[in-house]
Write a protein that binds this ligand. Structure first.
Ligand code: AMP
Length: 286
């Protein structure tokens, strides 16, 4: 595996590969890698000739300074995991490479309600920062395919919209959520939870599963109330448990208002903020 820290060195290397006809798959991450990230690498290895993974803890997408400070960082361990997973290139830039002084990197696009609901309501500026870094990394890497996790459902919806608005050739591949054996969605933030807390946190997955079981026979309000109570009684502090149209991300009041329904949840366990989601209903295409 090649490790690049400089944009110029990475681009020189990728240009040669592109000219020899190789397709490039890209997996952007913030490090503290786990099996969820590695599943994206595996999908990229299958779908593209060259897999590039970036590790950059992007300060502009953190709405909470403490969360940024506490974000787990371990580049040698991450590099070992990526090497073992047969990643071709690790791009691990410092902040001046991503945001060189004088370069305009903010993205001026309107995502409508996609950036306003759910995470957008609770994490001011988060999506502006996420869009900024993904756009900058796409400009640097210019991949044929971009691999992102369903774990960040709203993020993937916004990036898909950005690719469409910018008419980029890059294809977005959204990969399934990888979970701990007891159901908790894997996340870099789980490192800050004790084994006991991780067991408590599996209530998020259980609440999503219950919502999925009940979506055909119960009304949306009862499903949401049941989920909220279940999560609160496990001791987590809920930001939201929302049931929405999976394409527009707008909340729905009844299951027949949408052909694809997603439930998204965000809650704090102590000072660790966790998110999860599940497709509740998907119409079979005719
Ligand atoms: P992060 O390092 O948290 O920014 O995540 C980098 C990428 O990995 C994003 O596209 C995430 O959606 C994806 N990801 C994070 N956790 C998981 C998981 N448990 N399963 C699948 N993909 C994940």
């Amino acid at each position: 595996m090649y490790i690049f820290k400089k944009v110029e060195d990475l681009q020189n290397y990728l240009t040669q590969l592109r000219e020899s006809g190789k397709s490039i798959g890209f997996v952007p991450t913030m490090g503290a890698l786990h099996a969820g990230h590695i599943s994206l690498i595996e999908q990229a290895n299958q779908g593209s000739d060259i897999t590039v993974c970036s590790i950059f803890v992007n300060p502009t997408q953190f709405d909470n300074a403490d969360d940024l400070k506490k974000y787990a960082r371990n580049l040698p361990k991450d590099a070992k995991m990526l090497g073992d997973a047969l990643t071709n290139v690790l791009f691990a830039p410092n902040i001046d490479e991503v945001y060189p002084p004088g370069l305009e990197t903010e993205v001026d696009l309107d995502f409508g309600q996609l950036t306003k609901v759910m995470e957008g309501r609770f994490r001011t500026g988060h999506f502006e920062g996420m869009v900024q870094v993904v756009n900058r990394l796409l400009n640097i890497v210019a991949p044929d395919s971009l691999y992102m996790g369903q774990k960040d459902f709203q993020q993937a919806a916004i990036v898909k919209n950005m690719l469409e608005q910018q008419k980029r050739k890059t294809q977005l591949v959204v990969c399934p959520i990888i979970r701990e054996p007891h159901g908790l969605a894997m996340s870099s933030r789980n490192e800050r939870l004790s084994a006991e807390d991780r067991t408590l946190a599996k209530v998020l997955h259980e609440a999503l599963l219950e919502a999925k079981q009940n979506i055909q026979q119960s009304d949306i309000t009862s499903i949401k109330n049941a989920a909220q109570e279940k999560i609160a009684s496990a001791g987590l502090k809920l930001d939201y448990f929302e049931i929405a149209d999976a394409n527009t991300l707008l909340p729905i009041a009844a299951a027949d208002q949408s052909t694809e329904i997603v439930a998204c949840v965000a809650a704090f366990l102590k000072d660790v903020r966790l998110i999860d989601n599940m497709i509740l209903l998907k119409a079979i295409s005719r």
